[in-house]
Design a protein around this ligand. Sequence first.
Ligand SMILES: Cc1cc2nc3c(=O)[nH]c(=O)nc-3n(C[C@H](O)[C@H](O)[C@H](O)COP(=O)(O)OP(=O)(O)OC[C@H]3O[C@@H](n4cnc5c(N)ncnc54)[C@H](O)[C@@H]3O)c2cc1C
Length: 375
Amino acid sequence: MNFDLSEELQMVRDSARDFADRVVAPTADERDREHRFPMDEFKAAAEQGFCGALVDEEFGGTQLGNMGNILIVEELSRACASTGVTVSVHNSLVTSPLKRHGTDEQKQAYLPRLAAGELLGAYALSEADAGSDAAALRCKATRDGDDWILSGAKLWITSGKQADLIVVFALAQEGVTAFIVETASDGFSVGKVEEKLGIRSSSTVEILLDNVRVPGNRVLGSVGKGLHVAFDTLDGGRVGIAAQSLGIAQAAFDASVKYAQEREQFGKAIGRFQAIQFKLANMSADIAGARLLTYRAAMLRDQGRPHTLEAAQAKLVASQMCNRVADEAVQIHGGAGYTTEFPVARYFRDARITEIYEGTSEVQQLVIARQLMAG
Ligand SMILES: Cc1cc2nc3c(=O)[nH]c(=O)nc-3n(C[C@H](O)[C@H](O)[C@H](O)COP(=O)(O)OP(=O)(O)OC[C@H]3O[C@@H](n4cnc5c(N)ncnc54)[C@H](O)[C@@H]3O)c2cc1C
């Protein structure tokens, strides 16, 4: 068993790290404070090929696979969790289902522009009364000749305000169906904009569909088989959120080591106290364990092997780890950690979402338990 990244993947990680340090990190606190969407950072990431990680070369992508994608999401999230989730949703929840379930015509129409960052993608499954129970969605799809008419409201849509293209799930007579919806369509509008605890430079909005006409050739996958598309997509997305958790935790850990070496009390650096050393030791072990689970799930998806169980395990463990590590990071910083002077307060707020979106921790436990009982 080889635990080393291939040379190509090391290069992907190093270039994502360099990009995140140079382009994303310097303005992360400011964007968070101003709730400013990372559009410039997204476009710059696309120029590096990061937004086409899951797109095949024939459609203009960099074809880095899920391993490449999670290394990118981890490094971006280390600098800014909001930029991390913007790219994660675009890649894992939009380019990935297009690649896996799209027709050649759909791939040709959208993947090159998504990979180039000309188009920004979003994913709309959740509704007010369909969160953990996503299958309870009520947004309606009605046939009109060859077209479909979509009506209803979707809630909590990441990048929904800025997106050009949204994968929307709606209920047709044949069952839940996935549609590729262009946001420039008549009848599409943005409703409530959420004010959030964390990932404040990511946008989270309600989207309103008032008789939006969607051509018949914009059904993604088969009519009535949308839940298959939704859950297959979320298997990949969850690995992305596990990677986001790794990035936030790594940033919190790195800041803590630095602070422990610099801050002096009782005449010595606090990092000389065993109580602080043991916190750092636990944090590093916690991150390393979650990283292995995340890499395993990504590799299984790349190999086309079953990975629903492993993706849920990775997301559950990595997101819980992220919250523990961010909490300890604030503790190590003492009062300074509770202020905006140090980024650990942002990491602490950003960490919280990783246990909620793309399935709460309880939903990951349900998915894992179901897989165990089925075996
Ligand atoms: C910032 C943000 C961004 C998001 N982005 C997107 C997006 O881009 N696209 C999208 O479609 N959705 C998005 N979501 C929605 C997100 O996926 C849901 O919030 C999440 O799935 C939980 O649904 P809910 O909020 O309705 O909580 P609920 O389902 O109401 O859950 C409330 C609590 O009950 C628990 N619970 C529910 N059912 C069970 C059960 N059977 N057993 C045990 N416990 C249970 C939950 O774990 C949770 O603790 C986003 C949410 C947020 C906050």
